[in-house]
Design a protein around this ligand. Structure first.
Ligand SMILES: Cc1ncc(COP(=O)(O)O)c(C=O)c1O
Length: 365
C-alpha cells in the first residue's frame, strides 16, 4: 500500500492502482560509467539519423497539428515491412504500446499469462489493471534457456492475454514459429502479445518472421521498437503489427496527434540505412562470440541469446559480487536476482574496447 493516502473525499483512484508499486528504473549511473545494464545499442544509430535539419519557421510539421498522425513513419514502415498501414499502430516506444494493448484488452479480474523471469513491467501492468497473473516456466539448459512448451500452451486455464517476449529478455531464449502458431491455434480466446523488442539482432535465415502470422490470426499483436537494433531509445518510437480489425480498436488509444515529427523522420532515416544496421548486427554477434570464448568456462557460461545482451551464468562466483566488482571498474552490468535468476548477470554487448575491459576485469575474478 502506498504511504501517501488520498483523502476519503478526494479523487477516485482504483484500489489496485493504489496498491501497485510503481515500476522503478535502476539508479542512473554516473556519466563516466559504461552502461552495459540497459540493453541500449552502444553503437548508436546510422549517422544520417543524427543530421536532421532544425529548420526555423518554414517547417510546417513543427507548428501545425498533424492531421494524419504518424503518416511519415507509417508510409515508410509499409514499404519496409511489405505490410499495409491498416496493420500498423505507432506509439512512444513499445513500452507505451504494450500499455495501450493492456488498456484495450484487460479488465479487472482477467487472467494474463507471462513467462517467468521476464521484464517486470508486464506484471506491473497486470496489477495496474486489477488483473491476475500466471507464470509459465522457462527451462534452463546447459548453454541456453528455452520456453517450456507445455506451460506456454497449456489449456488448463484460459487467459485473456498471453505475453510472449522473443528474443526473451533477460534470458535470450527464442521462440519458434511452430510454437507461436500452436499457441495461437490453441488459444483463440486470448490476445497474444508477441513482444519483439529485440527484433533484428539474429541474422536471417535463422531468425523467423512472425509478422506474416497477423494475416492468419486476428488474435495476434506484435510489438517492436526503434530503441534496440535501430539505436534510437531516446526518440521513443515503437510500432505494433496486427489484423486491421484489432488495429482499428488499438488506435483509439494511440496518442491523439501521434508521435513527434522529428522522431518519425529519424526512424525513416534508420530504415533507409539497412546496410549500416546489417553491419552493426554482425559486429554485435562477433563481440558476443569474442566474449564467450574469452571467459573462464569453469566460472562463466554465456547463455545463447538472440538479443544485444547475454545472460552470464556464474558458477562458484557470486553474481552480486561480479556486478559490484565490475562497477568499481566503471562497468555497469545487472545482477539478475530481481528476475529470479540469482546466479546470473546480464550484460549488454558494448563496443569492442568495452568488451576488452569486461574480459580483463572478469579474468580477475
Ligand atoms: C522486453 C522489452 N520489451 C519492451 C521494452 C521497451 O522498449 P521501448 O519502450 O524503448 O520501445 C524493453 C526495454 O528495455 C524490453 O526489454
Amino acid at each position: 500500500m502506498s504511504e501517501l493516502q488520498l483523502p476519503a473525499t478526494g479523487p477516485r483512484v482504483n484500489d489496485w492502482v493504489l496498491e501497485t508499486p510503481a515500476y522503478s528504473l535502476p539508479t542512473e549511473p554516473e556519466r563516466n560509467m559504461v552502461r552495459l545494464h540497459m540493453n541500449e545499442n552502444r553503437y548508436g544509430p546510422a549517422p544520417d539519423c543524427l543530421t536532421l535539419d532544425c529548420k526555423t519557421g518554414d517547417d510546417h510539421s513543427v507548428f501545425e497539428y498533424p492531421y494524419h498522425r504518424n503518416r511519415v513513419l507509417s508510409e515508410r514502415l509499409e514499404a519496409f515491412l511489405g505490410i499495409s498501414q491498416e496493420h500498423l499502430t505507432i506509439n512512444h516506444g513499445s513500452a507505451a504500446l504494450i500499455q495501450q494493448i493492456f488498456h484495450c484488452s484487460i479488465k479487472s479480474g482477467d487472467l494474463v499469462r507471462i513467462a517467468s523471469h521476464s521484464w517486470a513491467y508486464y506484471p506491473t501492468l497486470v496489477n495496474l489493471c486489477g488483473a491476475r497473473v500466471e507464470f509459465f516456466a522457462l527451462d534452463e539448459e546447459t548453454d541456453r534457456f528455452t520456453f517450456d512448451e507445455g506451460g506456454l500452451i497449456s489449456t488448463r486455464t484460459r487467459p485473456q492475454l498471453i505475453v510472449l517476449n522473443t528474443p526473451h529478455m533477460p534470458t535470450g531464449a527464442i521462440a519458434s514459429k511452430k510454437l507461436v502458431r500452436k499457441l495461437l491455434e490453441d488459444h483463440p480466446q486470448a490476445l497474444v502479445l508477441l513482444d519483439e523488442a529485440y527484433w533484428g539482432f539474429v541474422e536471417k535465415p535463422s531468425s523467423e518472421e512472425f509478422a506474416e502470422l497477423v494475416l492468419e490470426f486476428p488474435n495476434l499483436i506484435i510489438t517492436r521498437t526503434f530503441s534496440k537494433l535501430f539505436a534510437l531509445a531516446g526518440e521513443r518510437i515503437g510500432y505494433g503489427i496486427g489484423s486491421p480489425a484489432l488495429i482499428e480498436s488499438l488506435r483509439k488509444w494511440e496518442p491523439l496527434f501521434g508521435i513527434h515529427a522529428a522522431s518519425q523522420r529519424r526512424a525513416v532515416r534508420a530504415l533507409d540505412n539497412v546496410e549500416y544496421y546489417s553491419h552493426l548486427r554482425s559486429t554485435i554477434r562477433k563481440q558476443t562470440d569474442r566474449l564467450a570464448s574469452a571467459l573462464d568456462p569453469d566460472k562463466f557460461t554465456l547463455m545463447k541469446s538472440g538479443g544485444n545482451y547475454v545472460l552470464v551464468r556464474c558458477t562458484g562466483v557470486d553474481a552480486a559480487l561480479v556486478e559490484e566488482h565490475l562497477k568499481q571498474s566503471k562497468l555497469v552490468v545487472r545482477a539478475c536476482q530481481h528476475y529470479g535468476l540469482p546466479n546470473f548477470v546480464r550484460v549488454t554487448i558494448g563496443l569492442s574496447h568495452e568488451i576488452d575491459s569486461l574480459i580483463s576485469i572478469m579474468k580477475e575474478l
